[in-house]
Ligand binder design. Sequence first.
Ligand code: ZN
Length: 164
Amino acid sequence: MLWLRHGQDRSGAYKWKAINTPRTRVMMREHLCMVCTGPCRRKDGRTWWLFVEDPATTPDGMPITNLPPTCPDCLDEALETCPRLIERARLVTVAGTRPFAVTADLYEPGEGFPAPAVKARHELHIQYGPDTAYWMRFALGKQPWLALEDMRDESVPGRKTARC
Ligand SMILES: [Zn+2]
């Protein structure tokens, strides 16, 4: 599978709506804060994660996300910057993560040779596994999805409850 590129720019301020695929992949793989790029791991090894609402879940109830974590130092900034977070924020920690799926476009060879690849499917949600391994060779990855292990609700520091 190839991953979508966004030019050569891998820096800059986080934009809530805009997905920068290379930056997001690093943030999620290294558990770095989406606001400041600092580490989000606590001393006990658990990783902070902030959600606008409840994370999506797999059919068997495992929470999954396509968003990087947020560190404690940036909680206030995140809550102030994103209007949707103030309405319904959920702060959790997780024991670990593992790659779960990818949102990807699928391409197929164009007619003739040589010919550019042609997009055949737009933004499919493809779960990793033996059943989908074949299709990954045609995939252009746009958003990684992680499964979140042992997710626990946490209190926002300085606030009374995890839910604002
Ligand atoms: Zn941060």
